[in-house]
Design a protein around this ligand. Structure first.
Ligand code: IPM
Ligand code: MG
Length: 354
């Protein structure tokens, strides 16, 4: 297969980890007989430095012209003092909305080899953690009208959703649940927010089309508590944009391995953008320390969702598992006494196992 992949290394450790994902992808391509054409795109802080804005029209067009996007991370303290519209994060938001990626899958799973890294007690994680946050990504308060009063003394952001926006993401959640434990929990704040009540109404109306899936509802404050009390009760967590942002950080942390978790941002066709859940960790950038596994697993998701290359995706996932089983550990996932490898060695060890 011929694949056109846009690479957005971004800032901080972004370039370090994307390089290792490319190493692994190249290995897959040569083993399975595929052809990959890469195009590198500047976005985030690096684009601010070069062009004065976080995402240029050209960059967005190149991303659109590819089959899929693999992104490292954007942002860093150097650009923190810039106003909202000029911040590196704006590049991410611009790519998500410009590419129409309304559906964000953020899985949180415990790797048995790394269970010790979880901040939760064994008695809690012993029941297993394997959940999928399905976050709406192009609507809600992130993209609603916002502003300040003329005197600057008041500010507002608007959370707004249409039935159409809710329906299309809910379908994705139900479909994902069909391939998992067939349980969707809609997380909202329907005791307070009108937009949440529209979510409940719309998702409930859709549920009969998926008779094998159990649907329940939970307020977001309760959900954040249940996540640490008994994460095993969740399978698919369906939620709006900002609640999904918050809960996905919480869910990833309970696995103890935020450096291991990938995410996929999708739309109705096969196009997608794939990135690790973690940030740009500027303090360790360029030092051959960062864990490349989340990005390598993001590349596996890309092969699965955008190119329907299931065998190849599994080959990467198996290589990661085998490297972990053999004790390959970057600093963030090593416990006392374990030998630590650098970013490149970790990537090479995984590549060799393909
Ligand atoms: C994420 C990040 C982004 C978000 C930021 C960087 C804009 O936190 O992908 O979760 O809030 O969506
Ligand atoms: Mg976030």
């Amino acid at each position: 297969m011929d694949m056109k992949i846009a690479l957005v290394p971004g800032d901080g450790i972004g370039p370090d980890i994307v390089e290792e994902a490319v190493r692994v992808l190249d290995r897959v391509a040569s083993k399975f007989g595929h052809d990959i054409e890469y195009k590198e795109i500047d976005a985030g802080g690096i684009s601010i430095d070069k062009y004065g804005i976080p995402l240029t029209e050209d960059a967005l067009e190149s991303a659109k012209a590819s089959d899929a996007v693999l992104l490292g991370a954007v942002g860093g303290p150097r650009w923190d003092s810039l106003p909202g519209a000029k911040r590196p994060e704006k590049a991410l938001l611009g790519l998500r909305s410009g590419l129409g990626l309304f559906c964000n899958f953020r899985p949180a799973v415990i790797y048995p080899e790394l269970a010790d890294a979880s901040p939760l007690k064994d008695s809690i994680i012993g029941k297993g953690v394997d959940l999928l946050v399905v976050r709406e990504l192009t609507g809600g308060i992130y993209f609603g009208e916002r502003g300040r009063s003329d005197d600057g003394e008041e500010a507002y952001d608007t959370m707004r959703y249409s039935r159409m926006e809710i329906t299309r993401i809910a379908r994705k959640a139900f479909e994902a649940a069909m391939l998992r434990k067939r349980h969707v929990t809609l997380v909202d704040k329907a005791n307070v927010l009108e937009s949440s009540r529209l979510w409940r109404e719309t998702v409930s109306a859709l549920a009969p089309s998926y008779p094998d899936v159990t649907l329940d509802f939970m307020y977001v404050d309760n959900a954040s508590m249940q996540l640490v009390q008994d994460p095993s009760r969740f399978d698919v967590v369906l939620t709006e944009n900002m609640f999904g942002d918050i809960l996905s950080d919480e869910a990833s942390m309970i696995t103890g391995s935020i450096g291991m978790l990938s995410s996929a941002s999708l739309r109705e066709d096969s196009f997608g953008m794939y990135e690790p859940i973690h940030g740009s960790a500027p303090d360790i950038a360029g030092q051959d320390i960062a864990n490349p596994i989340a990005t390598i697993l993001s590349a596996a998701s890309m092969l699965r969702y955008s190119f329907s290359l299931e065998k190849e995706a599994e080959a990467i996932e198996d290589a990661v598992k085998s490297a972990l089983a053999d004790g390959i550990r970057t600093r963030d996932i090593a416990v006392e006494g374990e030998k630590i490898v650098g970013t490149k060695e970790c990537g090479r060890e995984i590549g060799e196992r393909i």
